[in-house]
Write a protein that binds this ligand. Structure first.
Ligand code: ATP
Ligand code: MG
Length: 260
């Protein structure tokens, strides 16, 4: 990236140039997605443009059926768009083969789904280890890192428990730990609090916020929960197949103190 030229002869009192914004970690350009259905083609995404800066938290809201999960799946390379690109690290993700895409996804992205999708027959620590094992870590290494991550999300004492022995909020924290296994730079979360009571949701928000601050991870968060959306740096609304910014205060109620 080129830096701005700063004239040595700048007059005293002249305003410094605005800092150059960091290059986005992800850029989606002109995304379209149509599904073939029994009643013909259903255009869900029509022209979605989106950028996520390093360490930024972007919330996406929108009515049920608006296409939020569809968009998140495309941003996470779990599905291909009908048209358009997603750029990361100077690469157009969808120009790659499925195998290369899967590898990239496992290395760079973390997912947290509404219903955690933990594997019931494995313990918490085994669930967290999984992405590490897939990316080639040895069992002992993966286990050590998974235990560390469970400690980070406050569940070190639950490592050997199966998901059915944990509360919904605890399961979701295991899912966050699993999403962190390969040190992703971007976490995509689809309704992470949709299934949680207020206390567990509040704890989860705090955890996601801590992740951002301590690890510089970027977050894209699909949510129906306006309290959660208000904690994001920016909120976008998906409607009619396009995303538009929601102005601060546009979610009803005042923005949270201390937040943009
Ligand atoms: N694989 C598919 N085949 C056909 N239609 C699909 C498929 N996946 C999603 N759709 C349709 O696309 C639209 C958007 O679905 P999507 O799951 O993205 O909505 P959403 O905004 O996440 O909704 P919710 O808030 O209820 O989770 C819906 O009308 C859905 O029926
Ligand atoms: Mg959805």
């Amino acid at each position: 990236m080129s830096s701005p030229s700063i004239g040595a002869e700048r007059a005293v009192g002249e305003r410094r140039p605005e800092p150059v914004p960091a290059a986005p970690i992800m850029r989606a350009v002109g995304l379209q997605k149509a599904f073939r259905t029994s009643r013909g083609s259903l255009a869900v995404l029509r022209d979605v443009h989106l950028e996520v800066a390093p360490g930024e938290c972007v919330a996406i809201i929108g009515a049920s059926g608006a296409g939020k999960s569809t968009l998140l799946h495309i941003l996470g390379a779990l599905d291909r768009p009908t048209w358009g690109q997603v750029w990361m690290d100077g690469q157009d993700l969808f120009a790659q083969s499925d195998a290369a895409l899967a590898e990239f996804r496992n290395r760079t992205l973390g997912f947290v789904f509404q219903f955690h999708h933990l594997l019931g027959e494995f313990t918490a620590v085994e669930n967290v280890m999984m992405p590490g094992l897939i990316s080639g870590l040895r069992v002992a290494q993966a286990r050590a890192r998974a235990l560390e991550l469970l400690g980070y999300v406050g569940l070190e004492d639950w490592a050997e428990h199966r998901p059915s022995e944990l509360s919904g909020g605890e399961q979701q924290r295991v899912a966050v730990a699993r999403a962190l296994m390969n040190s992703p730079r971007l976490i995509l979360a689809d309704e992470p609090s949709g299934n949680l009571d207020l206390d567990s949701a509040t704890e989860l928000f705090a955890l996601l916020d801590r992740l951002r601050q301590e690890q510089g991870v970027s977050l894209v968060l699909v949510t129906h929960d306006h309290d959660l959306a208000r904690r994001a740096d920016r909120t976008l609304r998906l409607a009619e197949g396009v995303v538009t910014p929601v102005p601060p205060g546009g979610l009803g109620g005042p923005p949270e103190p201390g937040r943009a």
